[in-house]
Design a protein around this ligand. Structure first.
Ligand code: CP
Length: 304
């Protein structure tokens, strides 16, 4: 496999290899030591057709630290705007000697569909409501470092699960690593069909928080929701599902950890006091994003 398309098909062996590389890079970061130059003479193109801060900047920084030549490309200044297909764009980048193409796209599954026709290594940086594998990997890496192992740990993901690619990738990954995963939110954002992934589904926030080791709070994806209905349902959401001190004090165990993949809508899905609290792993997730993405490049460079 020369691509990273999703978590669902990724083996536990490959996950461990990526984590091993990330852990080595973390040691080097702490020691201010030099990084391996595994991407020397390699070209990495970042093709983002949706906005991004964390993913785009950390893939760019990761590739540069490994000595790649990095090219940023945005959809709205490219020939995609003139009607060129995504496949023709990818083949064009390949003809311009791209070795790795990191793609974020609004269409679910599009990167998987094109992968067999592209020789460069494709890295899925988020496709519609489908998968966001590097986010799941960095979240699991962060939690493993904090908890030792995810085996038997209870992770509740609370929020807009329906529109979340992070929820899908993370649920696959947390379960592969032995965790028990619960999805929680209002019925229109957390349909019961998600149980087919092996997770528990609840619409009762108390049940999701009680006994959980980790709350992974997810963003309200306003850009993918029906705007009228999302405005009218927001007050209900904040009252019943927002993770705040009141719910934590009433239901959570003391050692509870709080994650959020970002960007956060402060006071909507999670309150500021918790975002900035000792329980929050949010900034640690961001730093691990750099290290895990270095690990992904290293792992793929060995496969090429
Ligand atoms: N978590 C995440 O994908 O953030 P960005 O959209 O800022 O990349």
């Amino acid at each position: 496999m020369r691509h990273l398309l999703g978590i669902e098909q990724l083996s536990c062996h490959d996950i461990q290899l990526i984590f091993n590389h990330a852990a080595e890079y973390k040691k080097k970061l702490k020691q201010s030591a030099g990084y391996s130059q595994v991407l020397t003479h390699q070209t990495v193109v970042l093709l983002f057709c949706e906005p991004s801060t964390r993913t785009r900047i950390s893939f760019s920084a990761a590739a540069k630290k490994l000595n790649a030549h990095v090219i940023h490309m945005t959809a709205n200044t490219s020939s995609l705007e003139k009607g060129e297909t995504l496949l023709d764009t990818l083949k064009t980048l390949e003809a311009l000697t791209a070795d790795f193409i990191v793609v974020r796209h609004s269409e679910s599954g599009v990167i998987h569909q094109l992968a067999s026709e592209v020789h460069a290594s494709l890295i899925n940086a988020g496709d519609g409501m489908h998968e966001h594998p590097s986010q799941a990997l960095l979240d699991a890496f962060t939690l493993q470092e904090k908890l030792g192992s995810l085996q038997g740990k209870r992770i509740s993901m609370i929020g807009d699960i329906l529109h979340s690619r992070v929820a899908r990738s993370s649920a696959w990954l947390f379960q592969k690593l032995g965790a028990v995963v619960t999805f929680c939110g209002p019925r229109h954002l957390v349909p019961l069909q998600f149980e087919q992934m092996g997770v528990y589904v609840t619409h009762n926030v108390k049940k999701a928080i009680e006994g959980a080791d980790v709350l992974d709070v997810l963003r309200m994806q306003h850009e993918r929701q029906d705007r009228q209905s999302s405005a009218s349902m927001m007050d209900d959401y904040v009252k019943n599902y927002r993770v705040d001190a009141d719910k934590i004090n009433r239901y959570a165990k003391k050692e509870l950890l709080i994650c959020h993949p970002g960007p956060v809508n402060r006071e909507i899905e999670l309150t500021s006091d918790l975002i900035d609290s000792q329980q929050s792993l949010i900034l640690s997730q961001v730093t691990h994003g750099l290290l895990v993405r270095m690990g992904i490049f290293h792992w793929l460079s060995e496969k090429r």
